[in-house]
Design a protein around this ligand. Structure first.
Ligand code: PBG
Length: 323
């Protein structure tokens, strides 16, 4: 395979040939759209750090979910912004909480879009941590019960899948057991298995009003320098009963996606997080790059690394592009 016998450019000379030898394809089936639910009627608060995204009351969530479905997007990931916060995150598992109410309505009015719910406490606790605080530290084992209760309340409201993002040890097993004991053995768990402590969550924390009030998330989210540990985390979650495992963020962790793909025989999701979205939006606004092309290139890179599905704020735009 040496020049001049082999000339790679022969198969790049027209779009037909390029299509024929394209190795990775992005499909609308791969996309999951994150949405932010808030109380009220007809609310659509723009999230300034994430142009095109809003905190929405249920009627607008239904509109957006329906739009996603009409474009062929199979699922949404739902986050809630509660009316009140407290030390134990009681609204996370309240029967009439924001996620529970929104899921019920969604399953009534837009049954054809799968609803995955984010299971975490950071939006619901007044300290903004993903677990329960005891003596100034995040207490793993007391958090588990509350997380499991939260997942159960989502399933009872009609969630099609639950997605724990808290990074407490042992939460997948606890959630699986609680769901099974209560008649929800059919509800799958998408576990945020290798979730790194990342600056790229910045815009999301504004969107979800979930910044920690003291310290940071380093005692539970992973150190960006580690990859073997990601395999240990993922393996644990598989053994605890996860159905889909997630790597998050996506772009700075493509190597992790590829390694997990090698090791694990389960569907892999990658979360193309808020900062990855906002970066492109900002650069596009400055006229520094072609936003649409950068979006498609980024999404295909995540697929090429080995992800089966991508949670992305670009879901609608990408689906339109794939049209
Ligand atoms: C909650 C959660 C976070 C994200 C998803 N679920 C933020 C965090 O851990 O602070 C980030 C998503 C994004 O940045 O798009 N635990």
């Amino acid at each position: 395979m040496l020049f001049p016998d082999y000339r790679p450019r022969r198969l790049r000379q027209n779009e037909q040939f390029r299509r024929m030898i394209r190795e990775t394809k992005l499909s609308v089936d791969d996309l999951i759209l994150p949405l932010f639910a808030i109380s009220g009627k007809n609310v659509k608060n723009p999230i300034s750090s994430m142009p095109g995204h809003y905190q929405m009351s249920v009627n607008n969530i239904i509109k957006e979910a329906t739009r996603a479905k009409d474009l062929g997007i199979p699922a949404i990931m739902l986050f809630g912004i509660p009316d009140k916060k407290d030390p134990l995150g009681a609204q996370a598992h309240a029967k009439n909480g924001i996620v529970q109410r929104t899921v019920k309505e969604l399953k009534n009015k837009a049954p054809d879009v799968a609803v995955i719910t984010d299971v975490c406490l950071c939006q619901y606790t007044d300290h903004g941590h993903c677990g329960i605080v005891r003596d100034g530290a995040i207490d793993n084992d007391t958090s588990l019960e509350i997380l499991a209760k939260t997942a159960l309340s989502h399933a009872q409201a009609g969630a099609d899948m639950v997605a724990p993002s808290d990074m407490m040890d042992g939460r997948v097993a606890e959630i699986r057991e609680t769901l099974d004991e209560n008649g929800f053995s059919g509800v799958p768990i998408m576990s945020y298995a290798a979730k790194y402590c990342s600056a790229f969550y910045g815009p999301f924390r504004q969107a979800a009003e979930s910044s920690p009030k003291f310290g940071d998330r380093r005692t539970y989210q992973m150190d960006p320098a580690n990859s073997q540990e990601a395999i240990r985390e993922v393996t644990m979650d598989v053994e605890e009963g996860a159905d889909i495992i997630m790597v998050k963020p996506a772009l700075p962790y493509l190597d992790i996606i590829a390694q997990v793909r090698e090791e694990i025989d389960l569907p892999i999701a990658a979360y193309n997080v808020s900062g990855e979205y906002s970066m492109i939006k900002a650069a596009e606004k400055m006229g520094w790059l072609d936003g649409k092309r950068a979006m498609m290139e980024m999404l295909i890179s995540i697929k090429r690394a080995g992800a089966d599905m991508i949670l992305t704020y670009f879901a609608i735009e990408a689906a339109e592009e794939l049209g």
